[in-house]
Design a protein around this ligand. Structure first.
Ligand code: NAP
Length: 335
C-alpha cells in the first residue's frame, strides 16, 4: 500500500498568514482599524516568553499592532484583572491573549471570564465556548474559536474538502483541544466519537475512524495497527522524548513510522498542527478587528476558508449581546 500523504501544516499556515496579511491591508484601506493584539505574560517562564515573543512578532509582520504586557510573577489577580479591564476598554486593542499557564495564585477561570468575549482571540471565554457548542452545522463562525482546534479543522477541510458523513474519532476531551475539535467536526457534519482515558477498547474504536485526531499528550501512543487503512490522521500531540546520544526530539501522540504505511493522510510532528495554531491566532485577531469595524467580509479579500469557517454577509447587523460593552447592533457597513 502507498504511503500516507503528509499534510504540510507549515505550507498551509504560510498560506493562511499571507491571506490574513492581505485581509489586514484590505481592512485598513477600507476605513477599518489596524488590528491590535495585546499579549499578556505573567512571570518569566522561558517557553511562554518564546511563544509570546513569536506571536507579537508575527502580528507586526502582518500589519497589526502588538501591545506587549509583561508582568512579574508576583502580580496579584486583582492587578491582572485591572489590566484586562483597561485592554477591554482600549479601542486600539481587538484581541487579548493571556499566555497560559498563569502562576498558581491566580485563578485562570476568573481571568478568562474577565476578557471581553469580542476580544477573546483564544476562544476560551465561556460565552464563546457556549456559542461553539450551540452553533448549527454550516452556520458562520462569527465568534472566536480556539486556535489549535480551528487549525485542525482547517487542515482537514483543506485536505479532504467536505467532511460530511465521515466518522471522526477524537482522542482527548480537554477544553483546549479535544472538546472544541469534536464540536467543530460535529458542525462539519461528521459523526463524532469523543474518546478519553476511560474509553474501552480504544484501538477497536480508532479502527472505525475515517478521521482520527489524537490530542492526548502521550508520545507515540496511537499505534499503526489502530488506524483504518486510508484514514486521515491528525496528530496534535507535542511531546519531547529522550533519545540516543542525549537527543530529545519532538514527537506526536501517533507512532509516526507505523502510521505512515497505513494512513491516507497524516500530519507530521513538528510541521503539522503546530504552525496552524499561531496562524489561527492571527486570523482570529484580524477577524475581531473586522467585526469591531462592522465591515463585512469581502469575498475577494477573504481568505478562501472551508465551508462554515468563514462568515457570510448575514453576520452584518447581527446582535452581539455577548459583548461586555452592552447589546448593540453592528453597523451595516462594508461593500
Ligand atoms: P490534556 O489537557 O492533558 O488532555 C489530554 C486528554 O487526553 C484528556 O482528555 C485525557 O482523558 C486524554 N487521555 C489521556 N490519557 C489517555 C489514554 N490513555 N487514553 C485515552 N485518552 C487519554 O492535554 P491537551 O491540552 O488537550 O493537549 C493534548 C496534546 O496536544 C499535548 O501533547 C499538547 O502538548 C498538544 N498540544 C498541541 C498544540 C499545538 O499547537 N500543536 C496545542 C495545544 C496542545 P481524560 O479527560 O479522561 O483525562
Amino acid at each position: 500500500m502507498a504511503e500516507a500523504k503528509l499534510i504540510d501544516g507549515k505550507a498551509l499556515a504560510a498560506g493562511l498568514r499571507q491571506r490574513v496579511g492581505k485581509g489586514v491591508t484590505y481592512l485598513i484601506a477600507n476605513g477599518g482599524p489596524t488590528p491590535g493584539l495585546a499579549t499578556v505574560l505573567v512571570g518569566a517562564d522561558p517557553a511562554s516568553q518564546v511563544y509570546v515573543r513569536s506571536k507579537g512578532k508575527l502580528a507586526a509582520e502582518l500589519g497589526m499592532v502588538n501591545f506587549d504586557h509583561r508582568l512579574s510573577e508576583q502580580t496579584s489577580e486583582a492587578e491582572l484583572l485591572a489590566l484586562i479591564d483597561e485592554l477591554n476598554d482600549d479601542a486600539r486593542v481587538h484581541g487579548i491573549l493571556v499566555q497560559l499557564p498563569l502562576p498558581k495564585h491566580i485563578d485562570t477561570a476568573h481571568v478568562l471570564l474577565a476578557v471581553d468575549p469580542a476580544k477573546d482571540v483564544d476562544g476560551f471565554h465561556p460565552l464563546n465556548v457556549g456559542r461553539l457548542g450551540s452553533s448549527a452545522p454550516g452556520a458562520p463562525l462569527d465568534f472566536p474559536v480556539p486556535c489549535t482546534p480551528l487549525g485542525v479543522s482547517m487542515l482537514l477541510h483543506e485536505t479532504l474538502g467536505s467532511l460530511t458523513g465521515r466518522h471522526a474519532v477524537v482522542i482527548g476531551r480537554s477544553n483546549l483541544v479535544g472538546r472544541p475539535v469534536a464540536q467543530l467536526l460535529l458542525r462539519a457534519d461528521c459523526t463524532v466519537t469523543s474518546a478519553h482515558s476511560r474509553t474501552r477498547d480504544l484501538p477497536a474504536l480508532c479502527r472505525q475512524a475515517d478521521i482520527l485526531v489524537a490530542a492526548i499528550g502521550r508520545p507515540q501512543f496511537v499505534r499503526g495497527r489502530w488506524i483504518k487503512p486510508g484514514a486521515s490522521v491528525i496528530d496534535v500531540g507535542i511531546n519531547r522524548i529522550l533519545a540516543e546520544e542525549g537527543m530529545s526530539p519532538l514527537v506526536g501522540d501517533v507512532a509516526f513510522a507505523e502510521a505512515l504505511p497505513v494512513a491516507g493522510h497524516l500530519t507530521p510532528v513538528p510541521g503539522g498542527v503546530g504552525p496552524m495554531t499561531v496562524a489561527c491566532l492571527m486570523f482570529n485577531t484580524w477577524q475581531a478587528a473586522r467585526r469591531s469595524s462592522g465591515l463585512a467580509v469581502n469575498a475577494a479579500e477573504q481568505p478562501h476558508l472551508p465551508v462554515g469557517l468563514g462568515e457570510s454577509a448575514k453576520g452584518k447587523g447581527a446582535i452581539r449581546p455577548w459583548s461586555n460593552h452592552g447589546v448593540r447592533l453592528e453597523p451595516a457597513g462594508g461593500q
